[in-house]
Design a protein around this ligand. Structure first.
Ligand code: BGC
Length: 516
């Protein structure tokens, strides 16, 4: 073991020398800014769309409706164009993931993050300076492209640069930064709401901070050894590996990456490969987890909390203030997940959260059903607080379960040969369903009223039953041993695994035998 460092074991159970070096720490900060940027975009739109100055400038119809007493409380914000402001980002993002999958593989993780940073900066300029709706939407689309590139490259970059034993924690660190980004956006909105008439411009422009950090970070760091080796830059890859691991003794890890990239290179069509029968369980689970994550209803809260609280009769200030509270609960509860995910396991967290989310949503539906009529002015103070507490109960359980695990589980279950393609399908499906919720929520609120929460709670039941029967536990299973230890032993999924020519495992076994 090298002095002043500590060694961590490889995913395969063999020991690789690795210190937590400054370069790894700097890389973590980088990933943080990618997550911050995504979170800021998620959190900023709800507050901005509830600001009068913003509505007067871009959505005068919504502004008038908001202040008309004859309009139903639930329908004040039901406007397709207003929803398009929020949702266009996700539509652009999911399109961008296909290009991002190409660039992460062929240009590397670092350049892909740089591309993301540049998209973000240009998008922020368009948004901050917007004179009309098209300019505003173009800005959101550019930000969406940034999200598509960043969410593909940053998690891969992190997983590859991190020593194996801290990889799970680092993965959730990305989600932690998403939640910090959301909270930061909520706080900014709370402050800028008081600045007339250009507070919203400041809200949209401050996204420039994480955007700049990501861009500068991408310029400063080195690409991952895996990516360099995959692109044939073997010597450079080995040198980087020595640098990031803080040791000269990198031969075993280098050989494993070399072999893994050889196997990966044999796969000429990663997306077609993904459709092979033996990859079916991971693919189905990755896709369903993304759909389920969005159908918990979390983004109804994250995007539209201020609008929602406004609908319930909270004044603008109180609505934004309440959004800050839910944002803070989101951050703190994600920390719970970092601590417990490798101790309690994925399934326990998801199942416990299922119960908690179901109960809080049903309670919210009942309170709103009984207490908020179409035209009454206010939810009483006591009930208002009660609803905020229930929303926090819901958000906290999401934040230690479906939030981080929706990203973690797909990233750890795909075999190496389809990991990158699997990641882009994951990001793409996630953004697609985020788009669906962003585009549909305010209309659904208008038509289903309080029933919207009953709708989401029914989904929570479905996803919890799925977890109970179909989601295997992956806690403490080395990443390259999933097929043997998880899929081949699962009562249902094992029928897909009878294919003996499992290239990744074969190659992996060969490397293991070759190692001293
Ligand atoms: C989801 C986002 C959501 C966020 C809330 C993430 O895992 O993918 O859609 O806004 O969690 O914290």
């Amino acid at each position: 073991m090298p002095a002043a460092g500590f060694s961590v074991s490889a995913s395969a159970g063999s020991e690789f020398d690795a210190k937590i070096t400054p370069i790894v720490v700097i890389s973590c900060f980088m990933a943080a800014t990618g997550g911050l940027m995504f979170g800021y975009d998620v959190g900023i739109s709800g507050g901005v769309t509830s600001m009068d100055d913003f509505l007067i400038k871009f959505f005068p119809v919504v502004y008038r409706r908001k202040h008309e007493t004859k309009e139903s409380n639930y329908c004040k914000y039901d406007n397709q164009r207003l929803q398009l402001f929020t949702s266009s980002l996700y539509l652009a993002g999911l399109t961008a993931t296909f290009f991002a999958s190409y660039t992460t593989r062929n240009l590397g993780r670092r350049l892909t993050m740089l591309i993301a940073g540049i998209f973000f900066i240009v998008g922020v300029i368009f948004n901050g300076a917007a004179q009309d709706l098209p300019m505003l939407i173009v800005g959101r689309i550019l930000l969406g492209c940034g999200v598509g590139f960043a969410n593909q490259a940053v998690p891969l970059f992190l997983s590859e640069i991190a020593p194996t034993r801290v990889r799970g924690g680092l993965n959730i660190l990305f989600q932690l930064n998403v939640t910090i980004g959301i909270l930061f956006a909520n706080l900014v909105n709370y402050g800028t709401d008081k600045i007339h008439p250009w507070g919203w411009r400041l809200s949209l422009s401050l996204a420039g901070i994480p955007a700049l950090l990501l861009t500068v970070g991408a310029l400063l760091v080195v690409d991952t050894p895996n990516s360099l080796i995959e692109r044939g830059r073997l010597e450079e890859g080995k040198a980087v590996l020595k640098k990031i691991r803080g040791t000269e003794n990198v031969e075993p890890e280098y050989n494993e990456i070399l072999e893994a990239s050889r196997v990966a290179q044999q796969v000429k069509h990663p997306f077609r490969n993904l459709l092979q029968r033996r990859n079916r369980p991971q693919l189905i689970i990755a896709i369903l987890l993304q759909i389920f994550q969005q159908f918990t209803g979390i983004n109804a809260i994250m995007f539209y909390a201020p609008v929602l609280f406004n609908t319930l009769g909270f004044k603008s200030d109180a609505a934004l203030y309440s959004a800050v509270i839910t944002g803070a609960v989101n951050v703190l509860s994600t920390v719970v997940s970092i601590y417990s995910v490798d101790r309690l396991g994925r399934r326990v967290l998801l199942l416990e959260a299922g119960v908690q989310m179901f109960m809080s949503q049903v309670v919210i539906a009942v309170v709103l059903g009984l207490k908020v009529s179409d035209h009454s002015d206010n939810l009483s103070h006591g009930y208002g607080i009660f609803v905020v507490v229930m929303v926090c109960t819901f958000v906290s359980s999401f934040a230690w379960s479906w939030g981080p695990l929706g990203w973690l589980i797909p990233s750890e279950t795909f075999p190496l040969e389809t990991r990158s393609a699997g990641q882009s399908v994951t990001v793409c499906v996630n953004l697609l369903f985020t788009f669906v919720i962003a585009q549909a929520f305010l209309s659904m609120l208008c038509h289903l009223k309080y029933g919207i929460f009953a709708f989401f709670s029914a989904w929570v039941v479905v996803m919890s039953v799925f977890v109970l029967f179909f989601l295997p536990e992956t806690k403490n299973v080395p990443i390259e041993e999933m097929a043997e230890k998880v899929w081949k032993r699962h009562w249902f999924w094992k029928r897909f695994m009878d294919d003996d020519d499992d290239k990744t495992n074969g190659a992996y076994e060969a490397v293991k035998k070759a190692q001293p």
